[in-house]
Write a protein that binds this ligand. Sequence first.
Ligand code: NAD
Ligand code: TDX
Length: 339
Amino acid sequence: MKFLVTGGAGFIGGNFMHYMVNTYPEDEFVNLDKLTYAGNLETCKPIEDKPNYKFVKGDIADRDFIFQLFEKEHFDVVVNFAAESHVDRSIEDPEIFVKTNVMGTTTLLDACVKYGIKRYHQVSTDEVYGDLPLDRPDLFFTEETPIHTSSPYSSAKASADLFVLAYHRTYGLPVTISRCSNNYGPYHFPEKLIPLIISRALNDETIPVYGTGENVRDWLHVYDHCTAIDLIIRKGRDGEVYNVGGHNERTNLQVVKTVLHALNKPESLITFVADRKGHDLRYAMDPTKLETELGWKPKYTFDTGIPQTIQWYLDNKEWWENIISGEYQNYFQKMYVDK
Ligand code: NAD
Ligand code: TDX
């Protein structure tokens, strides 16, 4: 089978490329990525010489380019990771989120309708469900929870999901959607909470915690997200949504303290800063459908995944030091210092 994987130079797409290229040597993988600030070909270095892997630079929202690529390559499966992924950036500048996350998705869907595919898989997020109250630990997001978004990022991701489902109903396109909780693991861009804590703590820099730090996220190691997507592509039912999560809920403050303790760094590095606008309170996934229908089981818990991730950042300093030494400095200054 021939796969088109978009956003494969990013965090989750990159991990997925590593996993798939190595697990399925008989399949072919084309990695299409625009190489935005979040795309990094260093992430693809370990697989770049594999015979079943190829990189193509391009924009999923560029219709002419996408149609030419489909005409030439005859894909069997499309897995769409490409997106603007950072909530804070979507609050500062929503437009590119509409262009890439919504119009990029509809462009890919149109190409799939025209050229035909066996499976289109959309990588979505728990954020499409909005948030849960902090005082109701008995509540979880299921696939039936209504879409109820908070940020420009989640609104764009939810719009894309609705188009994916509409193309299934209207044109009979064989689609699946996975909605996953917060990921962490190797190759995670240091603007996101966990790699931000690790990289800043290693440099003895302050850790900005939004608001009270009591907001709850449900954390999953990226490896387990990749195995879930692989299963859904191969065994999931057409037109279905699958929630992905491992029941690893932590407050942001718990996450920061866990990482600081593991690195032997003082809690005095914690600095409370202004809250994110519209900050979602709690995410918590119910992955029962994925577990019972497809037999998915995560390999990592938070307690085993965090030490593995910290070790990766210690062993791969060059990867993240290159990132935080460039344009990222201007971003950090704007977000946390100039405000
Ligand atoms: P990321 O920002 O690390 O990577 C996104 C990648 O997409 C980058 O390589 C970037 O260059 C590429 N890209 C951006 N715009 C593009 C365009 N127009 N055309 C082609 N490529 C483009 O993001 P991530 O954290 O790896 O997230 C990947 C996907 O998973 C996203 O769709 C995101 O919504 C979803 N998701 C993320 C999480 C999480 O915790 N990070 C959780 C659930 C779902
Ligand atoms: O410096 C920070 N301080 C802080 O307190 C940052 C960057 C974040 N936070 C808080 C905000 C959130 O409550 O930590 C939590 C996690 O923040 P992010 O890492 O920005 O992730 P989140 O907003 O939860 O979204 C992530 O998970 C769902 C991904 O970025 C999305 O792409 C995915 O869909």
